[in-house]
Design a protein around this ligand. Structure first.
Ligand code: ASP
Length: 347
């Protein structure tokens, strides 16, 4: 086969670089900092598995990732969508799951792989995991997947179900509520519950409302953080982590009602890693439901935050004149519609 024909048959993969540990080096004080060294060429034989193009969007620690930059990632994917078979986003691990969830809501109708990866160790350090992660991510980006995933260690995980669960090990991510979508080993094995590659019309929506916060309740504490929040004009949405099935301490209820009186959407999620909210099960959850919160069902706190930013953004941009009570209903109904299999199906 001629070189030209060989290249034509390779999947066309766009790598979008945002930084993370994979591209960091120790600075003067010894702490890791972003550096500008190119490293894609350090990964052996990458060009044998894909026809690669690379765009460097940023070199940042993902601690500083922002909603507008997530929007830029989504726009880049949308504008390059027809010319590529798949996408790899190089990203720090700390907020990789958040970006994966955001992209799930930003890119509706996605039918190609968007693969997020990074590393626990800089690629310039001895024994780096980034070599493997990048190699396998490029490979996975050419495969039969049609959703946003995290490819890290020996797993492929649904992006909107993932969280960083290990600071130390090379399998840094887990998705406690659903099994991995694939396994990376001697070969790459994709499992049946993935969303396969499909043709569809990609639509990009990036006008998320970032004025959303996640706070879990704290057992034994007397600090009424909801009272402070109820007076905080910037707040436009709250994801509240409740105990177990979504239970909220009684002493917070008065302040929660003040927030809801302002028609601020409040989504109660469980702080547990498995299972759903069932607010009706205990009076301490039912009181919150009767006050006007909505259930996060089995959304992780990370996905709930991104989905709430999306739902508020969609509602405000599509129906700016809705009365506040109607807007709240619209936001709550968007929260319950599954997007990219982010929640288990509800009745
Ligand atoms: N702090 C780093 C980041 O998120 C951690 C990593 O990439 O592993 O950018």
């Amino acid at each position: 086969m001629s070189r030209e024909n060989h290249e034509k048959s390779l999947p066309r993969i766009l790598i979008l670089d945002t930084g993370g540990t994979i591209s960091q080096k120790p600075g003067n004080g010894g702490a890791l900092e972003p550096c500008s060294t190119d490293y894609i060429e350090m990964v052996p034989r990458l060009h044998e598995i894909a026809d690669i193009s690379l765009t460097r969007l940023e070199r940042m620690d993902s601690t500083d990732m922002t909603t507008p930059l997530r929007g830029i990632i989504a726009e880049k994917i949308a504008e390059s969508y027809e010319d590529h078979d798949g996408f790899v986003v190089l990203h720090g691990t700390d907020t990789m799951a958040d970006t994966a969830a955001a992209l799930n809501y930003m890119l509706s109708g996605l039918g190609k792989p968007v693969v997020l990866t990074g590393a626990q160790l800089p690629i310039f350090a001895p024994g780096p995991d980034g070599m493997n992660n990048l190699y396998y991510s490029v490979k996975v980006a050419g495969m039969d997947l049609g959703e946003v995933v995290i490819c890290f260690g020996d797993r492929i995980l649904r992006g909107c179900r993932s969280m960083k669960e290990n600071v130390h090990g090379f399998n840094a991510f887990g998705s406690s509520r659903i099994p991995p979508l694939g396994e990376l080993g001697v070969s790459v094995r994709l499992l049946d519950h993935r969303i396969p590659r499909h043709r569809g019309k990609l639509r990009v929506f990036t006008k998320f409302d970032p004025r959303v916060i996640y706070l879990p309740v704290t057992s034994g504490s007397t600090v009424n953080f909801l009272e402070q929040l109820s007076q905080w004009q910037e707040l436009q949405g709250l994801v509240l982590g409740g105990f177990g099935t979504g239970n909220i301490p009684t002493f917070l209820m008065g302040s929660l009602k003040k927030i809801l009186k302002r028609h601020i959407p409040v989504v109660v999620v469980t702080t547990c890693l498995r299972g759903d909210t069932i607010l009706d099960q205990y009076h301490v959850g039912k009181a919150a439901k009767d006050a006007g919160v909505t259930e996060g069902i089995d959304l992780s706190p990370i996905a709930a935050v991104q989905k709430l930013m999306y739902a508020i953004g969609v509602t405000r941009s599509q129906s700016p004149d809705l009365p506040p009570a109607e807007a709240l209903k619209r936001i709550y109904s968007l929260m319950r519609i599954p997007v990219g299999r982010d929640i288990s199906l509800v009745e």
